[in-house]
Design a protein around this ligand. Structure first.
Ligand SMILES: O=C(O)c1cc(C(=O)O)c2c(n1)C(=O)C(=O)c1cc(C(=O)O)[nH]c1-2
Ligand SMILES: [Ca+2]
Length: 533
């Protein structure tokens, strides 16, 4: 897995080398051995127990006949055809680390490069391992976990640099993105995502509020090798209460485009200036080439937690479209000229301290899990949410290693007579769904996978792994895995046969909301792999 292999990932069907199934994050495969015609004949070929009852959000990586999967405290190598374990490495975490993970005890997977695996740990270290054995090669510290900074996501390798983010937006921390030397683990650069007074954007923070200003970077970015730009999403402002940090607060709730070698910022776009609602913009979205008004454009499209779907020119950051894809009441619209939200009356009431109901909820119009793109349909497939939250400001109080939000947090409201979530087929330019498949009970927080076989794969909070027709959302296959699915399906070919794999194991933020329907879903992590015949 040289740098060229990584660039070609989306086109090489035997491997899955990157988080996103390609630097463009499209999670699209040209494989069509499994297709609309035979998807009903899918069946599981193996399951592998992760022996772990925490949240399973790891995206499998597959290279030269080995699949790599992580849990919060293990890394395993599995034969992707038989499910047999090749090696397993376990490590210890300090006991007090678990309360620093805001939204579940989890890890989202490894990065692979030059014979090495790279993964993050909840106690904010990055570890390099020998891909053949799992033996640790180096370990470097990114932050002091006792401040509430955790690492949950898969690193990105771009232009020979290992790039990682950090969580902790709910703990009064200061976000950053780090670049590491893959050979030695030496830190090459750090880009702080809240600007200090002497930096560009520093005047958007009063006093030293940027020091606890949030802007965590807890998901993996995308990379355009031709432009040599990495795109990374940043999270909520800290505390959530925006009145203590009056100003836009650069670079919270933004996408930042930077050079992987140096971390130098090239452009940024801020989705939610001075955001009060925990609308993390960390799921950076997909790099897509599409025709807009007759012109070929290289865009980045993101279904933001704030309820709007955005299309940006990814060379310049110019805003091309922004439309709601779920119910939104904090903004009336996004002004395409200024690129800024036009705040609603409801938003003004919220900022004035009134007790109001805000759409979308703290979970967003869509939470963290990535969508996929199908170039044949020109649609983005995402699990979206139809949920609001009761919102009222309170006085934030900072205590090291504890939640620092300044909102009278009372969970979320689920509508009585409507579905709580959908699998949606979204047109990025309009935000409209071509079709929606309503989840019958709990909404899904799983990722999606698209294939040239005309299929969308995803999973249910109640454990069903499903394949649907990308044209109309008709369900073609369903299989009950052993626990709820909040993972990301991938597909690959081995010895001429197409497989689809996904981790099962409920948890994540949904499990913390107190939805009583969760009591019907057993915990327990496993990897499932499906094929036809
Ligand atoms: O602000 C942060 O640092 C941060 C981190 C994480 C995380 O690391 O998983 C989540 C969130 N915020 C968050 O707001 C959120 O809804 C969320 C859901 C999940 C999950 O895994 O289900 N993680 C996170
Ligand atoms: Ca957050």
């Amino acid at each position: 897995q040289s740098l060229d292999d990584l660039k070609r990932d989306a086109a090489t069907n035997g491997d899955v080398l990157t988080y996103g199934m390609g630097y463009n994050n499209q999670r699209y495969s040209s494989l069509k051995q499994i297709n609309k015609g035979n998807a009903s004949k899918l069946h599981p070929v193996w399951a592998y127990s992760l022996n772990n009852s925490q949240s399973q959000e790891s995206q499998p990586i597959i290279y030269q006949g080995v699949m790599y999967v992580t849990t919060h405290n293990t890394t395993v190598a599995i034969n992707p055809v038989t499910g047999k374990q090749i090696w397993k490495q376990e490590f210890d975490l300090p006991q007090d680390v678990f309360k620093m993970a805001c939204c579940g005890i989890l890890n989202r997977g490894v990065a692979i490069y030059d014979g090495k695996l790279f993964r993050a740990t909840l106690d904010a270290h990055i570890v390099a391992m020998d891909a053949k054995t799992g033996k640790q090669l180096w370990k470097s510290k990114a932050a002091d976990y006792q401040n509430g900074q955790a690492m949950t996501s898969a690193p990105l390798i771009a232009n020979g640099v290992v790039i990682t983010g950090i969580a902790g937006g709910e703990y009064g921390t200061r976000g950053f993105i780090d670049g590491w030397d893959p050979e030695t683990g030496k830190k090459l650069w750090r880009f702080y995502t809240t600007a200090a007074p002497d930096q560009k954007g520093g005047d958007t923070w009063p006093g030293d509020t940027h020091l606890k200003g949030g802007a965590p970077t807890w998901l993996t970015g995308a990379y355009d090798p031709e432009l040599d730009l990495v795109y990374w999403g940043t999270g909520n402002g800290g505390p959530w209460n925006p009145n203590v940090r009056k100003g836009d607060n650069l670079y919270i709730n933004s996408v930042v485009a930077f050079r992987p070698k140096t971390g130098e910022l090239v452009w940024h776009y801020q989705f939610s200036p001075n955001d009060p609602y925990d609308y993390d913009s960390t799921e950076v979205g997909m790099l897509v080439d599409m025709k807009i008004a007759g012109k070929d454009r290289k865009v980045l499209t993101q279904a933001n937690r704030n309820g709007f779907m955005y299309v940006l020119d990814r060379a310049s950051g110019e805003l091309l479209a922004a439309n709601p894809y779920v119910k939104v009441n904090w903004a009336d619209r996004i002004d395409l000229k200024t690129g800024r939200p036009v705040h609603s009356e409801m938003d003004k009431k919220a900022r004035a301290g009134e007790d109001v109901e805000i759409f979308p909820s703290v979970l967003g119009g869509k939470n963290w899990s990535p969508m996929s793109w199908n170039p044949q349909t020109g649609l983005a497939y995402a699990n979206t949410l139809n949920i609001s939250w009761p919102y009222q400001l309170s006085k934030p109080e900072y205590k090291r290693g504890e939640w620092y939000v300044g909102v009278n947090y009372r969970g979320v409201n689920m509508p009585k007579d409507e579905p709580h979530g959908f699998l949606s087929a979204l047109d990025p330019m309009t935000g409209k769904s071509k079709w929606q498949m309503a989840w019958p009970g709990q909404p899904s927080m799983a990722g999606t996978l698209s294939t040239a076989g005309g299929l969308v794969f995803t999973g249910a909070a109640t454990g069903e792994f499903i394949a649907v027709d990308a044209e109309n959302g008709k369900k073609l296959y369903e299989f009950q895995t052993s626990s709820g699915i909040i993972g990301l399906p991938v597909t690959f070919v081995q010895d001429g046969k197409q497989y689809v794999s996904v981790v099962s194991g409920s948890g994540g933020v949904w499990a913390l909301l107190g939805d009583e329907r969760m009591s019907q879903v057993p915990a327990g992590g496993s990897v499932w792999t499906f094929a036809v015949e």
